[in-house]
Ligand binder design. Sequence first.
Ligand SMILES: Cc1cc2nc3c(=O)[nH]c(=O)nc-3n(C[C@H](O)[C@H](O)[C@H](O)COP(=O)(O)OP(=O)(O)OC[C@H]3O[C@@H](n4cnc5c(N)ncnc54)[C@H](O)[C@@H]3O)c2cc1C
Length: 443
Amino acid sequence: MRTNVITSLTKRVAPQLNYLSRYRSTASTCTTYDLVIVGGGIVGCATAREMIMRHPNMKMAIVEKENALARHQTGHNSGVVHAGIYYTPGSMKAKLCVEGLKLSYEYFCKNNIPHKKVGKLIVAQNPTQVKRIDDLFDRGTKNKVPDLQIVEKDCISKYEPKCKGEKAIWSPWTGIVDWAVVCKSFAEDFQKMGGEIFLNFEVNGFTEMAESKGKSQLAPISVQSKSKCIPTKYVLTCAGLHSDRLAVMTGCDLSPRIVPFRGEYLLLNDNKRHLCTTNVYPVPDPRFPFLGVHFTPRVNGDIWLGPNAVLAFAREGYSWFDINVRDCIEMAKFPGLYKLCFRYFVPGCMEMIKSIFYPLAVKDLQKFIPEVTYRDVKRGPAGVRAQALDKDGKLVDDFVFDGGTGTIGSRVLHCRNAPSPAATSSMAIAKFIADKLDRDFKF
Ligand SMILES: Cc1cc2nc3c(=O)[nH]c(=O)nc-3n(C[C@H](O)[C@H](O)[C@H](O)COP(=O)(O)OP(=O)(O)OC[C@H]3O[C@@H](n4cnc5c(N)ncnc54)[C@H](O)[C@@H]3O)c2cc1C
């Protein structure tokens, strides 16, 4: 039933879009909103749901540029429910992930969302990694990740029969889910409580409504797309791969910039699925922001191996052949990217080589499950990460919120960076953003 939600959404919102386009320049003759949320990914939909639960009498809408929700990061990820082991103790990422994990499982159970608590092994392959395993265990414990265990070499196979390694951490609460299904369920809740969703609505600017000048009780902002507009009092943007562009529209600084990094997966052949029953992860290399290529069972029974991390030539570039001229020119003009490429030149090239000659990537995977050969895999799907970079080419690892000044800027909140594991943390992020909106905009 959930899969049909968006189809029915499209049918339901289409007449409203026409209605809006007929009255697009006047606030007094078409519906006005208290809050418009730009971006129908999991952060936008979870926050919209949280806000309408807190303020059931307010008029709210989500606008999304695609013809369906969850079309980008939310619909193209590993589908892991992270337990919160990796993140610096006391950081927002750690707190929101652990809280998000609990809230997510409660939500899945209440709403019959298919998921599995398959657990996760983080496996060390050499003495340096063995030392890091102890540090990671310490982190996870400080972050209050439930029921973590250290697994010695001889016991690894009890958790994953075909897996080899020197030492491991077992996290029984790590799970799997389809985050796009969760996002659509949040959207469905939002609609049931009176929220509206406008698809095919690509925001290209925010303007001040002429009728509202000097009258604070009216909706002073017009959220613009190519052919329509929506009048509103306040705006929240959660635009993922385009978050910097939305922020610039209300006069915010260009930095941090979004640089797209594609994560490509390999797919294990059906006859080899028995080789992997749980999530198997490497010990992350602290020099890199990503968790490393891992084995991940999917809710539908598939096994994904990946993702790698290669620079994409388009913000929504899901293959080497997706090239967007505007995105490439902007990247070419951004000095931070050159600094990043210089810093990670060798590992960056290795990732590209392994992406093109994928049997080389299988060699990395064989360290964990030696029985997997390159004949057992084929190319699978890909996702694109919205990696925020500062002017010095440093990777921004924390949440970034931004606003602006003047009539428009002071009524807009931009969520410029919602880094992984933002899907797992989405319900906790939603509470955090909702508190901020309530405080800043006095809802
Ligand atoms: C390869 C990969 C693996 C990952 N694995 C995991 C994992 O296992 N577990 C986990 O918890 N997290 C994971 N993540 C992270 C997680 O997927 C993201 O952090 C999360 O989905 C971000 O959600 P979002 O709503 O911020 O962004 P998005 O899902 O990208 O949504 C943003 C939305 O804004 C819309 N939009 C943009 N510009 C406009 C505009 N101008 N007008 C209207 N709409 C606009 C877009 O179309 C999009 O729908 C992974 C991410 C990637 C890429």
